[in-house]
Ligand binder design. Structure first.
Ligand SMILES: NC(=O)c1ccc[n+]([C@@H]2O[C@H](COP(=O)([O-])OP(=O)(O)OC[C@H]3O[C@@H](n4cnc5c(N)ncnc54)[C@H](OP(=O)(O)O)[C@@H]3O)[C@@H](O)[C@H]2O)c1
Length: 298
């Protein structure tokens, strides 16, 4: 067991025990999660460094770039060490950057720039294309990026179950689902993980986390450092950070790790400095009092 695993504990996915602190690859792209990053060499270096520092769980998606994040992961660390779990996703398409400039300044387009497409033929094609791009024989964890409301959930999850039976993927994950949707999917097939937005200041998915913890399903909280939105945080978060001589991002990650044994944060960054900062969160030991204060503060 490597050092990071000792500090975070592990969670098993696709038969591999990975340290619970992973890496999110969405930031290895251009502005608006579109096209090439400003500094590709630095992004390649970030992925290499993550693995050197003990990260064994890397989350990506076909739609990051699109394709760019998967290509950078391959360039950085292919052939992959056996113990690395690559988790990718399909089910969201792209129609351009999700940030545009307007006379009033930058405008976030949000979900309008990420239309869901969950037709089984499309999910299958994207799995095959991710296998090719990533240079894999089998995807360790393949996640339905969004449930497409225009396609029965059973058809979407059913296609992923077929891909697993065929050996093209090893485990199935869901993203941005409700407790009811998770239950519906589990009636069809085994679900290894769910990935919903969740962090110290946004806890809408607490009910889903409870189900995951009860049933041993991995919970991958996206936006673990609130997408950079914790900078300048005041109140309890800032107090606890000061007391631990840590940054608020580190305390946010430490709080997630301490929240549940099924929790697997995947902070995303395009810089080695932020990567190092985020991985150092594994050394922070929050006291029961810290945890209670942070949990109460929401
Ligand atoms: N399932 C889904 O629908 C979904 C949606 C969004 C994201 N995700 C996944 O979740 C991962 C994490 O989410 P995220 O990237 O949106 O949010 P995040 O990890 O909370 O935050 C990333 C943002 O914060 C900055 N950042 C990272 N570390 C920092 C630090 N220590 N101090 C200050 N700023 C820092 C990054 O900028 P720099 O690059 O400058 O460091 C980046 O802009 C993604 O990479 C992706 O794999 C999944």
């Amino acid at each position: 067991m490597d050092e990071l695993a000792n500090r975070t504990g592990v969670f098993e996915i696709a038969g591999k025990k990975v340290p619970r602190l992973g890496f999110g690859a969405m930031r290895l792209t251009g502005r608006g999660i579109w096209g090439e990053p400003a500094d590709r060499a630095e992004c390649v270096a970030v992925v290499r460094r993550a693995v050197e520092r003990g990260v064994r769980f890397i989350d990506t998606a076909d739609s990051y770039g699109p394709y760019v994040a998967e290509e950078i992961i391959r360039e950085a660390i292919h052939p992959y060490p056996d113990e690395v779990v690559i988790a990718t996703k399909a089910g969201l398409t792209r129609n351009g950057p999700d940030v545009i400039d307007t006379p009033d300044g930058p405008k976030r387009l949000g979900p309008a720039a990420w239309p869901p497409v969950g037709r089984p033929e499309y999910l299958r094609q994207q799995a095959l294309m991710s296998l090719r791009r990533l240079g894999l024989e089998q995807i360790d964890l393949f996640q339905l990026h969004r449930v497409d409301p225009q396609v029965p959930l059973a058809d979407q999850v059913g296609e992923l179950a077929k891909l697993r039976e065929e050996g093209k993927i090893a485990a199935i994950g869901l993203s941005e689902v409700s407790v009811a949707q998770l239950a519906e999917a589990r009636a069809i097939t085994d679900i290894a993980t769910v990935q919903n937005r969740y962090n110290v200041v946004e806890r809408k998915s607490r009910d889903l986390l409870d189900v995951c913890e009860r049933d041993g399903i991995g919970f991958i909280p996206w936006a673990p450092v609130a997408q950079g939105g914790l900078d300048g945080a005041a109140g309890v978060l800032a107090d606890v950070a000061r007391e631990h001589e840590a940054t608020v991002a580190q305390v946010a990650i430490a709080w997630l790790l301490a929240s549940s044994p099924v929790m697997m944060p995947i902070p995303g960054t395009s810089r080695r400095t932020h990567l190092d900062e985020n991985l150092a969160a594994a050394d922070i030991r929050l006291s029961d009092d810290d945890l209670a204060r942070l949990t109460a503060a929401a």
